[in-house]
Design a protein around this ligand. Structure first.
Ligand code: UDP
Length: 324
């Protein structure tokens, strides 16, 4: 099997590449290194079954060749991270919508199976917990740039479902819920790498708002397992799946846990959202996935829980001497 991974030098993509190589697949990665890093795939480059194209997925000539040569496509290339989205909404919208359009059009030309990576941001600020795949979406005004991410990913989902329905392209959609693990950077706002590096450096841990917002953190290896199984499962085609962990924690409790586990002397500092992002920023109070569908379809069960996730992330940053 030859897999094309868009965004394969990113955090999730590099773990997926590693797993596919381990099981004997050939892997081709395309990444423009905008948020991905060569360092993430450095350990794979000697493997003769690993190929890397440093290029944007908007380059249709290159993408045409790569799609024609692969059997399946894992589409992970996207603008991610709420901080990045709020700062660079043009880039977010264009990269997510146009990039997925290129991928889907070429998948249609060569009739390749595609996994589209979507997000729990799709549900917006809905308070109907847990979120199920068929739930209504509740979004804020278009003047709040955070929602552009949810909308750009919703267009990706609509397109993927439409290519399946109208053109018979085998597409599968997974909605991820706060994926975390080694190699994730805090540079685009993600909370665990940020708080862990702050704790290791003895700097205050920045908890936004009142810290009572709840998130469910999913270990990257659980996500990789689900991605591969969803691509193998015929019943998953044309379907949308939540992939996550359904045990939640408030961000204030998460910060306390990180201080304890790192043995840090750092304090916890509560930062208003207006300072952290922008005036009028809207956050979700609570986000929990309903995992019934993915459990029933592929027997998915999140295996790695928060304490173990944090141990692995802390170990990762210690090995890098706290550098992100
Ligand atoms: N957050 C925080 N401190 C930080 C970064 C993030 O308190 O330094 C909060 C953020 O406002 C959100 C939660 O942690 O409520 C998770 O943020 P992240 O960006 O990791 O993912 P999101 O859930 O926003 O997609």
């Amino acid at each position: 099997m030859k897999a094309l991974i868009t965004g394969g030098a990113g955090f999730i993509g590099s773990h997926l590449a590693e797993r596919l190589l381990e099981r004997g697949d050939e892997v081709c990665v395309i990444d423009d290194l905008s948020t991905g890093k060569l360092e993430n795939v450095a350990h794979l480059r000697d493997n003769p079954r690993f190929h890397l194209a440093v290029e944007t997925i908007l380059n249709e000539t290159v993408m045409d060749r790569l799609v024609s040569e692969c059997d399946v496509i894992y589409h992970l290339a996207a603008a991610v991270g709420v901080e990045l989205i709020v700062k660079s909404p043009v880039e977010t919208i264009e990269r997510n919508v146009l990039g997925s359009h290129v991928v889907l059009r070429l998948a249609s030309r060569y009739l390749r199976k595609v996994l589209i990576t979507s997000t729990s941001e799709i549900y917006g600020k809905s308070d109907s917990i847990p979120f199920s795949e068929e739930d209504d979406r509740v979004l804020g005004a278009t003047t709040k740039s955070r929602w552009s991410y949810s909308c750009s990913k919703a267009i990706d989902e609509f397109l993927a479902l439409a290519y399946h329905k109208e053109k018979g392209v085998p597409t599968v959609i997974m909605r991820l819920f706060n994926t975390v693990g080694p190699r994730q950077t805090g540079r685009y706002g993600m909370v665990i790498p940020r708080l862990v590096t702050q704790a290791l450096a003895g700097r205050p841990l920045t908890v936004y708002g009142d810290g009572q917002q709840v998130r469910c953190f999913t270990f990257v290896e659980d996500v990789v397992w689900a991605a591969i199984r969803l691509m193998e499962e015929p019943a998953a085609v044309g379907q949308v799946f939540n992939v996550g962990n359904d045990k939640g924690i408030s961000i204030a409790d998460l910060a306390r846990k990180i201080v304890e586990m790192t043995g840090s002397k750092s304090e916890i500092s509560f930062v208003p959202y207006s300072e952290a992002y922008e005036e009028g920023f809207e956050d979700m109070r609570i986000r929990v996935p309903n995992l019934n569908k993915v459990r029933e379809t592929i027997g998915y069960e999140p295996r790695v829980q928060l304490d173990e996730i944090l141990r692995r992330v802390i170990e990762h940053f210690l090995a890098k001497k706290g550098q992100d």
